[in-house]
Design a protein around this ligand. Sequence first.
Ligand SMILES: *[C@@H]1O[C@H](CO)[C@@H](O)[C@H](O)[C@H]1NC(C)=O
Length: 574
Amino acid sequence: MLSILALTYLIATVYSVQFTAFDHSLLSPDSTFEQFVYSRLESSPWHVSNAKKYDEGRDEVVAYKGKWELAEPIVYPGFEHDLGLVLKSKAAHHAIARKLDHVISNDGRDLVVQYEVKLQAGLKCGGAYIKLLDDARDYLRFGSETSYSIMFGPDKCGSENKVHFILRKAVNGNDQEFALRQTPMSRTGDLTTLYTLIIHANQKFEIRINGEVAKAGSLIDNANLFNPPLIPPKEIVDENDKKPEDWDDRLFIPDPNAVKPEDYDAKHAHPKIPDPKATKPEEWDEDAPYYIEDPTAVKPSGWEGEWKPPLIVNPKCETGCGKWTHPLVPNPNYVGPWFPEDIVNPDYMGVWNPRTIPNPEYHDEQTPGKVRPIGGIGFELWSMDNNILFDNIYVGNSIADAELIGNKTFKVKHELEFANKQENKPKIKNEPLPPPRNFDELLRDPEVSTIYQFIIFIKLFWLKQYLELRDTYDELLLDPVYAIKNNTLKIILYTLVVLVGTTIVLGTLSTIAFLFIGGEEEEQEVEQHRVKVYDVSDDEEERDRIEIISEEINDNVSVPSVQAVDSDIRKRKV
Ligand SMILES: *[C@@H]1O[C@H](CO)[C@@H](O)[C@H](O)[C@H]1NC(C)=O
């Protein structure tokens, strides 16, 4: 009880934590920290792009129509009145950007970008990454074509889920993108997630999620960390080098000096042999041709020129004709094929590899992580899910700045959100029910009413009977003799019960049927008698008399037979 009170109090206090802007003077002076403390988006440094982009799916140029808003979180908010930048439109292209307060360069310094993402409607398919834009530029024209230095953050579609880290640099005058191959997975919960990217001055990099390192490595050491490699290899494979025809790369070969075993012919050469016992049948005619001219064919009348009868299969060949050979039978001595043993190939030349040549692209790269100075940030996103909230964006050269911000904003906010969710999350719909209590427990439970217990008892009784009956029936089907022998009494009893039951049911049914249908039939019968009685005579007087009689008869409860009525009439006539 006390703990509930305490919890309520805690939640009450927790909810009233107001948002307070971070003290920027705590940060190094050339960093940019964006908390979205603006009254309106229009009066902020952010510009919603009016550029257009080519939409691959639709194969047409489309505008960035997606709406942006400054808004408080609507799902498990943390601080009160804490605004963020919210992507508002489902399945639309969004682009928004701002100029940084200071241009950030990472020449000989650490580079840190950190921001929060709150997926308020989940992320089934869409991006939530940030682009660090080089150069000061026209942010109204920001779009997919806009050059950038770094792209970083979540991108998810179905099972594809990554935190991008892409460096974009000029190589030989052309921009090229270098993407981290093995990306960490993004977080998909509805609480705020903090993403941090650090490129250290010593060319090590880190991706942190909620302050914890999710991926780290060196941009110099591992050539294969990025695709394409950040540092081009010194040597490359010569594509023109082809494997020579006579290159022997067989490690083992069949022993050329191996000798066939003496019994090779008998045991290994022939799986089948001509049947020695077979003889040519008497009727077999080796000289008879397989096809002969049809002797029954006649030249059609009116045939002009030479006529030849058509060929048919020689009837003699039904027994056999042509050269006779012994039929093949399995060789009783055959033990399987024989192969010479493999030996190590004395001429083995090794695995062939194309030769390598100096890479014309190679250039000495001491600082592959060095990017063009960053002048702006932007979100250029498409998402199936809306209400993605961005907040607390830091771009600067200080890891300590980013950590301090994380401690003072994200950590506190996350705890508030967590408490909020614990309190307000919808109850799980399919919460497992407690296991059903068995009959015994119910019967012993004093809180269960006697009537209910009685009902349960009856149910239990019948269930038991039913189960036993079913068992016996199954046994009977499986092995009737055994079942009858073993359960004689039971089967007799069941049979009796079934017989008596059937009799009772059928009896009741027929009684009911008789009451409803039989009664009607009786009336019809009486009706018929009436007609018959009328029809007996043509004489009018007599008919009157008969009517009286028939009336008497019909009033009678029992139904008289036709004969009885007839004889009665006759008697009266006489
Ligand atoms: C952030 O918080 C952690 C843990 O409380 C602490 O170790 C670290 O020194 C803090 N960093 C800064 C920059 O405040």
